[in-house]
Design a protein around this ligand. Structure first.
Ligand code: HEC
Ligand code: HEC
Length: 512
């Protein structure tokens, strides 16, 4: 009897905090919401806060009670409380560069570093009142059947992917499918680029991918493959295989890191003019985030390109820079297919490199928006063909700010460029002599110095043209000097000093 009572009280003491915690207080939640969330999600939670019109994807409308990233089965409308909690806390999607948490590649921040767990439960309770959510009946899907990744599983997954996913996500998974997709709210959506694991809203862990395939992403065209009524149905086993395959598509070099320096490698052979030259294997990619251009008119808030990867090589005469970025669409003006998939008029795709004309001695860089009066810049601007029979073009622009641009003949500096598009990826090589043109008008490359460099790109199928584009801030280009005698000599000198010292010590030790 006594024993039972002890068990009972112990249970109460252990469970009470979690009973209270799980409940959350919607009134407190509202207070926090009115401070932290309304400017994106709207005062009434309808996804229409003052910042909303500038965000892509747009903030969730909580009044519909529909959530995209839930773990309950496809035929269960309501997410679990834990799903909402995880989404708001956001710690499982930590961005390695900014240190921010939140939903990757979207403006939804994580709040785990700012709000307490109780605050977040209170928010969960409040958000649920906005959409009048019924409690979920089924809970999260199970992962008991997980098939660990193996070559065999990945190979099976590849076949399933071709048949079930490629039409939207593209043959190689770069999101360059052939379908124009809208979500239930009428916004344009793009299938995720599955080779950029870092851009998954949740993560590219096989478990999370399996969840998305099994549950679908409600409100979007991403279907559930567990729905028996669907034409596209996969067995549980098949879903694990394709999840393992998708996880294997990740190309980690595309992930921007905190490395801000592109190391140009010195080579003996000719500098390559084309992107597919095997010489490029000698250099490594450095990747950077793109941000939309919002300083000058016309401002841009709905970018489609999110990063660029860059390599550089040089010899005693020339330098070549390889620019690689994923673009879901090959934007050929006038082309029927391009028009079908584009949003509005189709312009050319493009990419540009910005360099200071005079390499600064210190860390002082020109104004990154096309330089300024005292620190002018060179812009090398490549564009894809403007029609089926037109050539690609390269422009050379000298600028002292947005308003002061002078277009020059690229042959004055011997500037050349060649680009190729393949299954969702552009690769463009720009090549020039190290010393070229007029030193007052053209950058003269030198090794051993940190040269500021910045990039911009245009997706012509996303109505990007002129000042409407994405860009990076300044980074550095460094031409690694040839390892001369200076570099090699040092270890020998050091070895001699150490060895010599040791001999002295041995000698003096022997004497004793
Ligand atoms: C800077 C804008 C911004 C702020 C501030 C913001 N959010 Fe979001 N939130 C978003 C966007 C954008 C999405 C949609 C992302 C997507 O669709 O991929 C989103 C999505 C969500 C989701 C939906 C997840 C799902 O599975 O559908 C929840 C829940 C959420 N936000 C809660 C909050 C809470 C709570 C706060 C305040 C503590 C908050 N957000 C503050 C922009 C914001
Ligand atoms: C009809 C088009 C369509 C098909 C078919 C499709 N997807 Fe998707 N998928 C999408 C869209 C659209 C999104 C982005 C939804 C959003 O967040 O707005 C998406 C998103 C995803 C994500 C992102 C998850 C995250 O955390 O960000 C994964 C993973 C994914 N799909 C895998 C697959 C796999 C695997 C298949 C095949 C078994 C598949 N998809 C089939 C349209 C599709």
């Amino acid at each position: 009897m006594m024993k039972r009572r002890i068990v009972f009280f112990t249970l109460i003491v252990v469970l009470l905090p979690s009973i209270i915690m799980a409940k959350g207080d919607p009134d407190r939640g509202k207070e926090i919401y009115d401070k932290r969330c309304w400017w994106c999600h709207g005062e009434e939670g309808a996804g229409d806060g003052p910042a909303a019109e500038f965000l892509n994807p747009p903030p969730r409308d909580f009044t519909a009670g529909m959530y995209k990233f839930k773990t309950t089965p496809f035929d269960e409308y309501t997410p679990t409380d834990q799903d909402l909690f995880n989404m708001i806390k956001g710690e499982f999607t930590k961005n390695s560069i900014t240190g921010w948490t939140g939903m990757n590649d979207s403006s939804m921040p994580g709040w785990g570093d700012m709000l307490s767990e109780q605050d977040i439960w209170d928010l969960v309770a409040y958000i649920k009142t906005l959409g009048e959510l019924e409690p979920p009946e089924k809970g999260s899907i199970s992962y008991d059947s997980q098939i660990p990744p193996s070559e065999e599983s990945i190979a099976k997954g590849r076949e399933i992917f071709k048949e079930m996913c490629a039409e939207c996500h593209g043959e190689e998974g770069r999101g360059d499918g052939t379908k124009k997709l809208k979500d239930d709210w009428g916004y344009r959506t793009w299938p995720r680029n599955l080779t950029k694991g870092w851009s998954f809203r949740i993560s590219n862990d096989p478990k999370d991918i399996y969840t998305r395939i099994t549950v679908g992403i409600p409100g979007t065209q991403m279907p559930s493959f567990a729905d028996p009524a669907s034409k596209k149905k996969l067995s549980d086993e098949e879903r694990w295989h394709v999840a393992n395959y998708v996880a294997s598509l990740d190309e980690p070099y595309k992930k921007p890191t905190d490395n801000t320096v592109i190391k140009a490698v010195r080579i003996e052979e000719e500098v390559p003019e084309k992107p597919d030259d095997p010489v490029w294997d000698k250099a490594e990619y450095t990747s950077f985030y793109f941000v939309p251009q919002i300083i000058a008119k016309e401002r841009h808030f709905t970018p489609s390109l999110n990063s660029i990867s860059v390599k550089a090589v040089y010899n005693d005469k020339d330098i070549a820079i390889l620019l690689e970025w994923d673009d879901r669409t090959y934007s050929l003006p006038g082309d029927k297919k391009a028009i079908e998939i584009a949003d509005g008029e189709v312009f050319e795709d493009g990419v540009a490199i910005q360099l200071p004309i005079h390499i600064p001695d210190g860390s002082e860089k020109p104004y990154f928006g096309m330089g300024d009066a005292s620190k002018p810049v060179n812009i090398w601007f490549w564009k894809s063909p403007s029609s089926k029979d037109a050539p690609q073009t390269i422009k050379l622009i000298n600028a002292k700010g947005f308003e002061k641009q002078e277009e020059r003949d690229p042959s004055e500096a011997g500037l050349k460029a060649v680009g190729t598009y393949n299954k969702g990826t552009w690769r463009v090589v720009m090549k020039r002599a190290l010393k070229a043109g007029d030193p007052e008008k053209d950058i003269q490359f030198v090794s051993g110095k940190f040269i500021p460099i910045a990039f911009a790109a245009w997706d012509g199928s996303n109505q990007e043209k002129g000042s409407k584009h994405v860009m990076t801030t300044w980074y550095w280009l460094f031409l690694k000097p040839e390892p001369g005698i200076g570099v090699y000599a040092w270890p020998i000198v050091i070895a001699l000093l150490v060895f010599g010292g040791e001999l002295m010590w041995l000698r003096s030790a022997r004497k004793k």
